[in-house]
Write a protein that binds this ligand. Sequence first.
Ligand SMILES: [Zn+2]
Length: 445
Amino acid sequence: MSEAELVLRSTRVITPEGTRAASIAVTGGTITAVLPYDAPVPPGARLEDVGDHVVLPGLVDTHVHVNDPGRTEWEGFWTATRAAAAGGITTLVDMPLNSIPPTTTVDHLRVKRKVAADKAHIDVGFWGGALPGNVGDLRPLHEAGVFGFKAFLSPSGVEEFPHLDQDQLARSLAEIASFDGLLIVHAEDPHHLAAAPQQGGPAYRDFLASRPRDAEDTAIASLIAQAKRFNARVHVLHLSSSDALPLIAEARAEGVRLTVETCPHYLTLTAEEVPDGASEFKCCPPIREAANQDLLWAALADGTIDCVVTDHSPSTADLKTDDFATAWGGISGLQLSLSAVWTAARARGHSLEDVVQWMSARTAALVGLGQKGAIAAGRDADFAVLAPDETFTVDPAALHHRNRVTAYAGRTLTGVVKSTWLRGQRIVADGEFSEAKGQLLSRVA
Ligand SMILES: [Zn+2]
């Protein structure tokens, strides 16, 4: 072994080649080698032996609403990145809404970066936003380092981030394709939503009926058509409707440049178990039935769905009223996502390697972060150390999110994050955080 500052040793290290006993050598924040377990520790290097706890690459969560600045009473970079670190996440990419300003011009991106710079406990990147009026801002934002552009096809929930109609989508996508950028889309069709029964009130079944699967299916079909037209790269955000899976599989087989994500809540919670009035379970598109969930898992297993991201989208507790029609739509998941997904994944016969693929390797690949997403020489020394068989019961008081509203309260989850490491520094261990050392990331040209 050549020089190393740190050697992290475990009987179970998840590498791209599988899980093995290994010693990870780290210098200057970078993994220099993944060595045999009993490799000699070089003089001067610090040995950290985590025993039988699993070392996995730090998770990369590409779908987080930090809301800072502007709606910092909902969340903020300080609280979001601490909660993420506590959950084994070492990189997040911030959505262009619900902060004020939204990340839709280079000036707004500058404001966001300034606010995030000294609050980030983990690495932070930014998505831009595609609005009806900002086609001219897309290329400058791309050149300024955003990882791609988010658009809505139906109302977003905040007035400063209007959705695109099909003509506007075409104009934005033509521009984004001209520099081979990535468009990420909230795909629900506004006409199908408008035609659905809008009952309101506390009954979850009424809320579910107001956001039908065919709204998603239709929007995804239109997105696929537009992606084909411009040979553009598009990504479906937070897929909930399993009915859309066949058309996604067909488009991918045809070579459409399409990727798809889903979220922990669609994989672990079901419509049947949501209590009436419990709007901590409200998100759009909604949590659907157990049979739908089974098909989402099958699509993860066969690769039709690429990755799993939180869509962490909190608000203050007072906006989570018992009327599903007017309550804020968004589920807080940053701190619990790894444990929630692992709990359900292992019950379905999946391995932790699978979870690493969905929540780290493929999300890093989605945004082109070649230095993240794997434990291998040359990558950033970002790790989550997990006790995969240990269980805990979710206590909202133990969450580091600004607002401790959670759909997972009282659930028993398997998999406890013991520590999280960013570029070779332990940033949290057993609930104790070190100072904020996250960096701001830009798209790698
Ligand atoms: Zn979102």
